[in-house]
Each structure stands twice: as C-alpha cells, then as structure tokens.
Design a protein around this ligand. Structure first.
Ligand code: CTP
Length: 415
C-alpha cells in the first residue's frame, strides 16, 4: 500500500506514454496520491483529460498558465510531492535534466525540486546507446536520480534492443521499493530496485578481463581485453538477484557493487579463484585468458647483456572453461563461454563449444576493425544445442542484460 504517499508523475513524449496510464491506475489502487505534469510532446500521446480522469487530480501542462500559477506555482508543485517520477523519460528530458535546462513546466519542476527523482527511460536503442545519453545517465545516477529500466525487446520503431520503457509493474516495484527505503540501490546498469529478481537464490561465477603472465618482475604477456563485457555480465546477473562472484584480471574498471570481486593477475591464479568459488549454478567465462605464460619466470629483471635478445620459452596455461566443464559433480549447472575469433567466427565457435564441452558459446568477432576489444559495443552469435542465434549490435550492457535474461529463462524452464 502507498497510502499517503504523494507522487508527481511527469509524462514526456514517448509512445510508451500509454503504459503510464496503467501505472497511474496501479498507483491509485494502492492509495497513492498522483498528480501529473504533461509536456507538450507528451500531449501528442496521451490527453490531459485521460490523465486527469485516472489520477483524479488536475493536470499541469503549461509553465505560464496564470490560473495554474495562482492555484499552485511550479516551485510548490515541485516540493509538494514525496517522489517525482518521469515516465516515459525521453532522451530529450534526460539531457535537459543532466544539463539543468528549464524551458517548460516539466523541466522547471525537475530543476526546482528538492525531492528524490525516479526516471523510466524510453527511447530507440540507438538513442539509448549514444554516448551522449550514456553520459547523461551517468551524470544523473551520480546525482542520485533513480532509474527503472529500460528493458530489452521489440520497439515501436521496428528495431530490437535496449530502450523499451519498463513495464508498469516494474516501475511500480521501483516506487514501492523507494518508499520501503531501498531507493538508493539503483545501479547504472544492474537493475532498479523492485526489478524482478529471477536469479535470487542462485550462485553465479563470472571471469573478466585479461590475464598478465609475468616474464620477470617488470614485464608480462597480456592482451587488449578491457573487462567491460565480463563486468557488465556480472552486474546484470547480480541485478537479477544472483549471488555473484566476479574473478577479474587486471582492468581499469571499478569493482561493481553488490558482489564478491576477486582480483587476480595470471591464468593460474584465475583458475584457483574459480575453483574456490564452486559450486555455482551459472558460470560465464568472459575473460580473455592468456593462452601461454613464460615457462620460467625470471626472479630478477632480465638485463640486456649484448648477446642479443633472450629466448622466451612459453608453456600453455590451464584452460579455465575446460576445467570447469570437466569438474564432475562440481560442474556449473549452466556453463557459458565466449569465442573470440578473427575469421570463420561461427565455425570456430561451434568447434570450440564441442571441444570444451560448454553449454552456450557467445561468439564474437574481435578483428581490429570491429572495435570489440576495448570498445563499448558487441555483436554476438549465441550457439547452443539448438543452433545459432544472431543478436543485433548492442552495447556491452545490452548484451549482458540479454544474456542474463536468457539465463534466467533457461533456469526457470528447467526448474
Ligand atoms: N578460456 C579459459 N581459459 C583459457 C583460455 C580460454 O577459460 N586458458 C575461455 C575464455 O574465457 C572463453 C573461451 O575459453 O570463454 C574461449 O576463449 P578464446 O580465447 O576464444 O579461445 P581459446 O580457448 O584461447 O582458443 P584459441 O586461442 O585457439 O582461439
């Protein structure tokens, strides 16, 4: 019940505005007081009359309306609520909020408020993934603006991807979680408070980043992996409620909150950390583990001695994914690997899946031109028993969410 809780709902111009009517209905069912501000663009999608009828209150839509100012000024409107909810929140209003622009009633209220704000973004996947929107979302998150969604799915524009407004139930869940005092739990990509937690009670292990294989105390063998994809997967699984252990090689990334993070340097250390984390229900090996290490790590820095470069003898590293696949009764319930390829992506990935005995392989092309290594986007082909599923180009966060959702569906179907 939300009896006595006052919500100012700002409706901006997105096709998802029709879902906001359902959200208001659910809020009213729970006895919340809902008052609406409708932007000019929002009024193209829902009418002031329908909002007024469902909310049972006046609808405010004009910054310079003298009668509205006389009844309730925009400052008062911004303060006379316990929570401000922007749903749908377009790329435009998020940009204005981040920049502090106040050029209509909705943005003026948002700039003038001293109350917590929750946004439910809704936009085309490309707009959602644009660096400008990413930066605005991060700015708003750093200021404590809470977020519900967006989700992944088919869009009104005919594309598929991340950017769909969260369902009314999810936004309602986030609002209820806020009033229970859990509002600060929102993370930039891990999930909103109140989001469904289908992996609650499950244990997950994720490897991420490169490994560093020491040649001597100052030199090492490494690769170009940034760890962005593995870290995003760990965040998505933890966001869905999994008790997550992230085993990370050296990256420049901050430790994601809400999980156990084990830092390792070499492939051998990574294998140790992974076996210690068993048993798990889900393991996702996203690390770009170095295939070789120096056969003999020099105890002291190798010096130039005028006799030409030293010969570097290599030995093969243990294969962590393969070791997990063969862990008998400790084998993870669902084992997911990546295949980083530069040619014949699908054929090599299928062969890798068989050879390593894993359940799903996420194949990606890591040729220099693709920008996959170190970049923010990824094109995935998921290979399982039933064949190959081609995913559209997505942000690494989008890939992580889609994978986590697929894992949750798989586990639900099995149990
Ligand atoms: N992997 C691992 N341990 C290793 C090497 C790879 O756990 N020593 C995992 C990776 O995390 C990834 C999968 O195996 O999930 C495939 O890694 P990839 O680098 O694509 O292939 P390799 O197994 O190294 O084979 P190749 O170098 O011949 O392509």
């Amino acid at each position: 019940m939300l009896t006595g809780n006052r919500i100012l709902l700002i409706v901006t111009g997105g096709i998802a505005a029709y879902k906001t009517l359902e959200l208001i209905r659910r809020l009213k069912e729970r006895n919340a007081a809902v008052r609406c501000v409708l932007t000019r663009a929002g009024a193209q999608f829902v009418t002031p009359l329908s909002l007024a009828a469902i909310s049972g209150d006046a609808v405010y839509d004009d910054l310079f309306s003298l009668t509205a100012e006389a009844e309730m000024g925009h400052i008062e409107l911004s303060r006379d609520a316990d929570l401000l909810v922007v749903a749908p929140a377009t790329a435009d209003i998020l940009a204005k909020m981040a920049a502090g622009i106040a050029d209509d009633l909705a943005t003026t209220v948002l700039l003038a408020t001293d109350k917590p704000v929750l946004v439910a973004p809704a936009m085309n996947v490309r707009m959602w993934e644009h660096p400008a929107t990413r930066a605005n979302i991060e700015t708003l998150a750093a200021r404590g603006v809470m977020r519900a969604g967006p989700g992944v799915g088919d869009m009104a524009c005919g594309e598929f991807g991340e950017g769909r407004m969260a369902e009314p139930d999810e936004i309602l869940g986030a609002i209820e979680a806020f009033f229970r005092g859990e509002g600060a739990a929102v993370t930039p990509s891990g999930g909103a408070p109140g989001q469904k937690r289908p992996l609650a009670g499950r244990r997950a292990l994720v490897t991420s980043g490169p490994t560093h294989e020491a040649i001597d105390p100052v030199r090492y063998i490494a690769n170009r992996s940034s760890g962005k994809q593995g870290h995003a997967i760990a965040r998505a699984l933890a966001g869905m409620g999994a008790d997550t252990t992230l085993v990370s090689g050296p990256t420049g990334l901050a430790d994601p909150p809400g999980m156990t993070v084990v830092h390792v340097e070499s492939a051998c250390d990574m294998l140790d950390a992974c076996t210690q984390a068993l048993p798990v229900d889900i393991a996702v090996c996203a690390a770009a583990v170095s295939d070789w290490r120096a056969a003999d790590e020099a105890a002291q820095k190798i010096k130039k001695n005028g006799g030409g470069p030293p010969r570097l003898e290599l030995t093969e590293n243990p294969d962590i994914l393969l070791t997990l696949a063969r862990a008998d009764n400790m084998r993870p319930g669902l084992l997911v690997g990546f295949a980083a390829e530069t040619e014949k992506v699908i054929a090599h990935a299928k062969a890798k899946r068989k050879k390593k005995g894993v359940d799903w392989i996420l194949a990606n092309d890591v040729s220099p031109g693709t920008g996959t290594f170190g970049g923010d986007r990824n094109v995935i082909h998921l290979i399982d028993d039933s064949g190959v599923e081609d995913w559209p180009a997505m942000s690494k966060d989008g890939v992580a969410r889609r994978l986590a959702e697929r894992i949750a569906d798989h586990i639900a179907a099995k149990s």
